[in-house]
Design a protein around this ligand. Structure first.
Ligand code: NAI
Ligand code: MG
Length: 362
């Protein structure tokens, strides 16, 4: 079976952390006959320097053809002055748009070895494993009208419009229900139906869609109460499905339950391909290009490695391999091997390649 990957390491620490994933891909091909074929491309500042565009048409075509895209990070001070439409981030936005990645998956997992370092009480987060499914291509970030009106009397009016159609809610709900089936079988939908019409529709459509998944338990929570519950008792949740705006905030809150930016993976999924049935997908760490530590060999590769584990699970149903990789990360952390960002007293501080090698060995 052939499995095609496009690697877009990007800028800053992107290439450094992607190198550790490449070693894992080689290992899976060698030891497990995984059959990954790997293409490489440029994105962000690296693409800008090479082609004058934040992603070339040739690399866009490769992204559309690949089973999955692994993305590092883009940006850096050397490209701060480039025109808006050519800025490195435009490469990322183009990928999200053209691959129609409407579902953003942000897990919040707390490795026991790091629970001590969490900002919350240990018993609240130890063993935490929740998945936030955020709608990524609709809602108030994109709805029209979107403008600043001059009212003429020294007053202006800023307008953003929350718009959701049935199909947009239904497709994100299906992603959440399908994912819950592979986990603990629970979905919590969050909106504000008490004050928003789009919230009323969201609630209706998720409820309706849930009838197709009788094996999954569905409940609803107002998004503000959901935020409170996420901090008060996060382990009550399995899968949370929510809109673009609430998902932006709730996923950042959830992320902070678990510690460093260097630990956080994400996945963005699109619609299933008509012929293969496989969903378009891109996997990337939550962090950026970290120019302050780029080139020093000290970046934490775990966010990138954990993103690859999500790729194994969601794009290729390689559940056993994904679990083995996540267990390897947990084992390495347990052994006290740490990069600087997650360093703790009594632990051994290592760089990017040593951390990658330790995970590979485990
Ligand atoms: P950042 O995530 O790059 O860095 C924030 C802080 O976290 C820095 O101190 C950095 O050293 C640290 N950090 C991040 N990842 C780390 C890792 N794996 N290991 C150890 N420490 C880590 O965010 P910042 O500084 O706001 O942005 C830097 C550049 O990255 C900007 O050009 C920004 O536009 C871009 N960016 C790109 C993103 C992407 O490609 N998806 C996302 C966020 C920012
Ligand atoms: Mg955010």
């Amino acid at each position: 079976m052939s499995r095609s990957l496009l690697l877009l390491p990007g800028d800053g620490i992107g290439p450094e952390t992607m190198a550790e994933v490449e070693a894992l891909i080689d290992l899976l091909n060698r030891e497990a006959g995984a059959g990954f074929t790997v293409e490489r491309g440029l994105v962000g500042g690296a693409a800008l320097d090479a082609h004058g565009l934040p992603i070339s048409e040739a690399d866009m075509a490769k992204a559309l053809a690949a089973d999955a895209v692994l993305f590092g990070a883009v940006g850096g001070p050397q490209w701060d002055g480039v025109p808006y439409e050519k800025r490195p981030e435009a490469g990322l936005l183009r990928l999200r748009k053209d691959l129609e990645l409407f579902a953003n998956l942000r897990p919040a997992i707390c490795y026991p070895a790091l629970a001590e370092a969490s900002s919350l009480k240990r018993e609240l987060v130890d063993g935490l494993d929740i998945l936030i499914v955020r709608e990524l291509t609709g809602g108030v970030y994109f709805g029209e009208p979107k403008e600043i009106l001059d009212l003429g009397n020294g007053q202006k009016r800023g307008i953003d419009t929350q718009v959701y159609d049935t199909f947009e809610i239904e497709r994100i709900a299906r992603v959440a229900f399908e994912l819950a089936r592979t986990r603990r079988g629970r979905v919590t939908s969050m909106e504000k139906r008490n004050v928003m019409k789009s919230g009323v529709l969201w609630n209706e459509v998720v409820t309706q869609t849930g009838r197709d998944y009788p094996d999954v338990a569905l409940d609803h929570m107002l998004a503000d109460a959901g935020g409170m519950q996420l901090v008060r008792a996060p382990k009550q949740f399995d899968v949370i499905v929510t809109d673009n705006l609430f998902g932006d905030m709730l996923s950042d809150i959830a992320a902070m339950l678990t510690g460093s930016l260097g630990m956080l993976p994400s996945a963005s999924l699109g619609r299933p391909d008509e012929t293969t049935g496989r969903r378009r997908a891109m996997y990337e760490p939550v962090h950026g290009s970290a120019p302050d530590i780029a080139g020093k060999g000290i970046a934490n590769p775990i966010a990138m490695i954990a993103s690859f584990a999500m790729c194994l699970r969601y794009s290729f149903a390689m559940i056993r391999e994904a679990e083995a990789l996540e267990a390897a990360v947990a084992e390495v952390l347990e052994s006290g091997t740490r990069t600087g960002d997650i360093m703790a007293p009594g632990c051994r501080q290592v760089g990017t390649t040593e951390m990658g090698a330790a995970v590979l060995k485990a």
